[in-house]
Design a protein around this ligand. Structure first.
Ligand SMILES: [Zn+2]
Length: 274
């Protein structure tokens, strides 16, 4: 190697190490953050269009002066069924996975915000609640780091409740509309798992809970499945719905049959949805 070549080689090494240094400093999500921005810009371009080019060309464009962004009206709570927060962040930044959520809450209580609340995340999949068959369009998705069996940490629950308070207030989300993934997809999903403290959430104002059943007499003509339908469940698979209901409201994971005590619980809950 000549002296000149050595100089060139040294310069190249220095240059490479400085590039490496810069890319390390930008963090592991620099390129996916760039992709986020690019996609958001493409949507902004569509929103700015005038005259419109969305559904039907009528030949007459008159822009109204009175509007704002659509807002979420449901919150869907999930467990990640993965081994770590890092794994989930990676999953939600790989285009081929086609899944995402607005928020991910780690075991230490850290909340990662991954998507603007006004935009549509891909967390619900094929799902139904009442007559709503496009839950992703009207909801915020919150994923809690949990392998599917663990209990949830206090830090996670505290962060979750802080986040829910902010969402409920900002978007005026009804108390009944804080629900779980299993609620909207009972045949496919069981998250958040049986350890999730739905009562604690309901006591804080997120989701509805049943009343004390002492002395409650369920009317003879009370129809279990119709009550579950009125609450919001898709009752096409009755066994799956009953199991989901018992997991959520009684924290038990067993037979898909409603006992007389289960019926009392269902009855007091259903009356809040009438
Ligand atoms: Zn889920």
């Amino acid at each position: 190697m000549t002296m000149n070549n050595l100089k060139i080689a040294c310069t190249l090494i220095l240059l490479a190490s400085s590039i490496l240094h810069v890319s390390c400093n930008r963090g592991p999500y620099a390129s996916t953050n760039k992709s986020y921005k690019k996609q958001a810009k493409a949507f902004a371009k569509i929103i700015k269009q005038a005259p419109l080019n969305d559904s039907i060309a009528t030949g007459s464009w008159v822009g109204t002066t009175n509007f704002n962004m659509r807002k979420p009206n449901f919150v869907i709570i999930h467990h990640t069924a993965q081994n770590s927060c890092d794994q989930t962040l990676k999953t939600f930044t790989l285009p081929r996975t086609q899944v995402s959520a607005h928020y991910v809450i780690c075991k230490d209580g850290t909340i990662h915000h991954m998507l603007n609340d006004y935009l549509r995340a891909w967390h619900g999949g094929i799902a139904k609640w009442g007559n709503n068959t496009d839950i992703n369009s009207s909801s915020i998705g919150i994923e809690i780091d949990n392998d599917g069996y663990e209990t949830f940490t206090d830090q996670q629950l505290n962060s979750l409740i802080t986040l829910l308070a902010s969402l409920k207030k900002t978007y005026a989300i009804p108390t009944a509309n804080f629900i779980g993934h299993a609620d909207i997809a009972p045949t496919r999903k069981n998250d958040p798992n049986v350890n999730f403290p739905w009562k604690r959430l309901a006591d804080s104002g997120y989701g509805l809970w049943w009343n004390d059943t002492t002395g409650v007499i369920v009317p003879q003509d009370f129809n279990n499945l119709q009550a579950l339908r009125i609450i919001g469940y898709d009752i096409r698979d009755s066994a799956a719905v009953i199991q989901t209901f018992k997991r959520k409201y009684e924290q038990i994971d067993k037979s898909p049959v409603l006992t007389e005590e289960d019926r009392k619980i269902l009855f007091t809950l259903y009356r809040k949805f009438e």
